[in-house]
Design a binder for this molecule. Structure first.
Ligand code: GDP
Ligand code: GDP
Length: 442
């Protein structure tokens, strides 16, 4: 299921990032550190009253326009309306209504049911009545808050959560395989998805009146439904989006959050870029299956299997986690090997869902330990007693030892390689939890 998105907008210095940090608390935020972002602008998953949602602090872009502040705010609004289910419009009670607040309000009014005005810097709520002034914005009751002290932030969150779309609206969990097609701009993502879905089919079928575009494209294949996440985002190309890299970072992270399988698209004519590896790594660390699709293969002159293999070997040296990941060499233009992408998606999804019986885990573990003991420490024998797969999606194993902390990383890798040799798990991260054997008392 998709998580709802809440965007914080407002002019500079009203306290947007203070409010973001207040709401997110100590949770790790994803900081976008790419060029074009003047300050660290963040997004993070947060939770209130049992609802989890993305919170996005959208301010802070530079702009080449004559009036950078106004242009920046216009961009924020465009993105907030396109991307967010709820918009928190932050104003400053100390300044009162600023001319650009009115401009923002005009642009938001058509969507006022999705907007909450947060009248910030109301540090002294009991006496403070300054927030009433903001009724004049025509966006409903302003919510007084103090991001600095936290006052009113619980009430604001209650109102945010009350406005979130119902969970059913965010899409049911229908057993489909959720697939995210990811990569840098222009590598060929939309062309690839178009090919996969079939030329006769429009990539996006926007419903009338939707400006938000968390639109997915389903595809039936070999009895399974593959759900391509947020394909609208692949198609839509406004100037704003091209300018703002942040947007694609948010999209990528949100897609990874929902995906079981991530297809990382690489442009064969460019080769594997550091950013490609960063995306793949992010997907891997979040427990997704990963497939590398090297596209535009038609552009490679003198292409031969050895060219491909050499490139793949180099990349796998640079990023060891990729050694189990399938590399596919395709062309959206000619359709070459396009079906291998669908086959790989099914295969990786099945590997990720796979469950190994406990007896089999223990047989493999015994063999691995017999072949190579855990490195022993002076005066203490380190033992591995038994293990089992405690979870799938991604496969997670618990192994029980008398001294879990004494087992070095190298030995964990040895076990992981052994497990992969036994069961495959191609393209899927494996998690290992080492646990201490509990003393049984009688
Ligand atoms: P942004 O540009 O909208 O992200 O604004 P910031 O979060 O960076 O805040 C701008 C300034 O306002 C900073 O100096 C904050 O410390 C201050 N500030 C933010 N929220 C409050 C608040 O609730 N009360 C007071 N008194 N100051 C605040
Ligand atoms: P996206 O930004 O990642 O979605 O990339 P697009 O799918 O829009 O493709 C970017 C450019 O690469 C377009 O000009 C496409 O026509 C071109 N392109 C995409 N796939 C291929 C391919 O397989 N072969 C060739 N030669 N060009 C391609």
């Amino acid at each position: 299921m998709r998580k709802a998105t809440v965007a914080i907008i407002g002019r500079p210095n009203v306290g947007k990032s203070t409010l973001f940090n207040r709401i997110v608390g100590g949770r790790p935020a994803i900081v976008d550190d790419r060029p074009g972002v003047t300050r660290d602008r963040n997004f993070a998953i947060t939770e209130w009253a049992g609802r989890r949602f993305w919170l996005v602090d959208t301010g802070g872009w530079s702009s080449a326009a004559d009036d950078p502040i106004r242009a920046g705010i216009r961009q924020q609004i465009a993105i907030a309306l396109a991307e967010a289910d709820v918009v928190v419009f932050v104003v400053d009670t100390r300044d009162g209504i600023h001319p650009s607040d009115l401009e923002v309000a005009d642009r938001l009014r058509a969507r006022s049911e999705r907007v909450i005005v947060a009248a910030n810097k109301a540090d002294n709520l009991a006496e403070d009545t300054a927030h009433h002034e903001f009724h004049a914005l025509g966006l409903g009751d302003p919510q007084p808050v103090s991001a600095a002290t936290g006052r009113g932030s619980g009430d604001l969150l209650d109102r945010i959560v009350a406005r979130l779309p119902a969970e059913e609206e965010l899409g049911p969990d229908d057993g489909a395989i959720h697939v995210a097609v990811l990569g840098r701009p222009n590598v060929g993502k939309s062309s690839l998805v178009n090919r996969l879905l079939g030329q006769d089919r429009a990539l996006v079928s926007p419903e009338a009146g939707t400006t938000r575009d968390a639109i997915d494209s389903p595809l039936r294949y070999h009895g399974e439904t593959l759900n391509f996440i947020d394909t609208a985002g692949l198609r839509k190309r406004s100037k704003v989006e091209d300018e703002i890299e942040f947007y694609s970072t948010l999209r990528t992270e949100r897609a990874i959050d929902r995906a079981e399988v991530c297809v990382v698209v690489v442009d064969a004519s460019v080769g594997v870029h550091a950013q490609d590896l960063k995306i793949a790594r992010s997907a891997w660390d979040r427990g997704c299956g990963v497939i590398m699709a090297v596209t535009k293969w038609d552009l490679i002159e003198g292409k031969s299997p050895t060219t491909a293999q050499r490139g793949e070997r180099d990349v796998k040296e640079r990023a060891r986690f990729l050694r189990t990941v399938p590399f596919l060499y395709v062309s959206a233009l000619t359709g070459q090997r396009i079906r291998t992408v669908l086959e790989a998606i099914l295969e990786v999804a099945a590997e990720r869902r796979r469950r190994v019986p406990t007896a089999e885990v223990n047989r493999a573990l015994e063999e691995l330990v017999a072949r190579q003991q855990p490195p022993q420490q002076a005066g203490r024998e380190i033992k591995l007693y038994y293990g089992s797969q405690i979870r799938e999606c991604p496969p997670t194993f618990a192994l029980v030892s008398n001294d879990p902390d004494g087992i070095p990383e190298s030995y964990r890798r040895y076990l992981e390689n052994g497990f992969r040799a036994a069961w495959g798990f191609h393209g899927v991260p494996i998690r290992m939890k080492l646990k201490r054997r509990r003393r049984t008392r009688r």
